[in-house]
Write a new protein. Sequence first.
Length: 296
Amino acid sequence: MASLKEVRSRITSVSSTQQITKAMKMVAAAKLRRAQDNILRMRPYAQRLSGILANLSSLTEGSVTNVYSQKREPNRVLIIAVTSDRGLAGAFNSNIIKAASTLATTKYRSQMDAGNVTFLTIGRKGFEAFSKRGYKVIGNYTGVFANLSFDSVRGAAEHAMDGFVKGEFDQVELVYNEFKNVATQIVRTEQLLPIEEQLVDDSRAATLVADYTFEPSKEEIIQELIPKSLKIQVYKAVLESNASEHGARMTAMDKATENAGELLKELKLTYNRTRQAAITKEILEIVGGAEALASK
């Protein structure tokens, strides 16, 4: 049985840990509110922009040459993995790392064996994990969450887009956590490039023509919107991941605080039992000594 000093030391240590986890939960909750507001404002804009772009692309009927829609044999693949810069968020980072690794070793198995799968990481945890596994990693974008903005994420999107245009990559996949609620984050895998075209029937096309007024032209508008839409798509994924990270950390720290409370109860019970046993032993020793003196 542990001594009273050891049990007191453990109680002090667990109490300090509980205070830290409780503080981290409160910080995560405060950051989550801001992050949740940001992604809720971004979602309608991103969806509307993607819808307009899809409608305009359908109306051009292939008359516009778009470098971001060129379909090639996926011999060289880029996987963009969005993780966080810090840990203590439960399975948040490990889920993304596992999903990206599984994507590379299943869907792109032959390309992986040939060394033609490259990872672009947003977040330090992903960079460290893929580097340790010996994967080919480029574009280590860490620190973007410290001052998250469109400009801080745009570089990663442009890196992938330029690589696709130059033929360095034939296909680009995006892996991130989508925010659903505080306790739930959904791992999403989306094809960023090439852009998948959406077809509409003639009746729908006639309706779309009536809905839009084009100035200067459909072609110029599409050429302007496509790069912006791709960057917005990456930015939206990072915002989703940011909100998911704070939700996951809040949940993890709440659970850690509860576990620390349960452990404290057990330690205090052990302390009381140990103290009672020590007192009983001392009493027995005193009674035994008194009886020995009385017998003389």
